[in-house]
Ligand binder design. Sequence first.
Ligand code: PLP
Length: 221
Amino acid sequence: MSSSPSAENYARIVKGLHKTLKLTGRPDDSACLTAVSKNQPWEVIRPVLEAGHRRFGENRVQEAMERWGPVKDQYSDLTLCLIGPLQSNKAADAVAFFDIIESVDREKIARAIADEAQKQGRAPHIYVQVNIGEEAQKAGILPAEADAFIATVRGYGLEPRGLMCIPPVEGPCGPYFALLRKIAERNGIGHLSMGMSDDFETALRFGSNEIRVGTAIFGSR
Ligand SMILES: *Cc1c(COP(=O)(O)O)cnc(C)c1O
């Protein structure tokens, strides 16, 4: 089989994922990989799809629909995750198109998703995004407001399946991953989406169930 850089990178990341799980005594199926295909050309995405991968992350509704819309029906087991900020005027499209929406961080968005889910009879898994390092430029609910927000989301009839975060670039990320885990545990939420190209091994050691890797697979954007 001919190989491409992205397929080779993909194989390496999967190997690293399994190796880290093994080293930390976790079952092989306790974490999965979301390959982040945002801003990437199809030529680098296709080899990863052909290697059998089916779970991809996108940060824009429109871009994801253009990229994946034409091939969605060919791959019935495709899982598409929205990992970027969602505007409420895109909620209808997001609910119709995505399997998972990871960036729920405002009441208005949660309510729009709940309304659309009911209207469309479709219920993507939703995750609450936490601004774990309390950074002004980042999306997400503040850690101190997370418990109340999760309760609000539940009040709309949505059950958050997981929490998602992007820790600060500077400094050790372990404490941020540990904090996300603590928030999840005290709220009875079982799934952690954390860890990217540069920190996924650390995230796995802190209990990540889902790493989101872009550049380490597809190259720089
Ligand atoms: C872009 C992005 C990623 C992937 O980041 P890499 O550093 O390219 O692996 C993961 N999560 C979110 C929310 C992103 O926006």
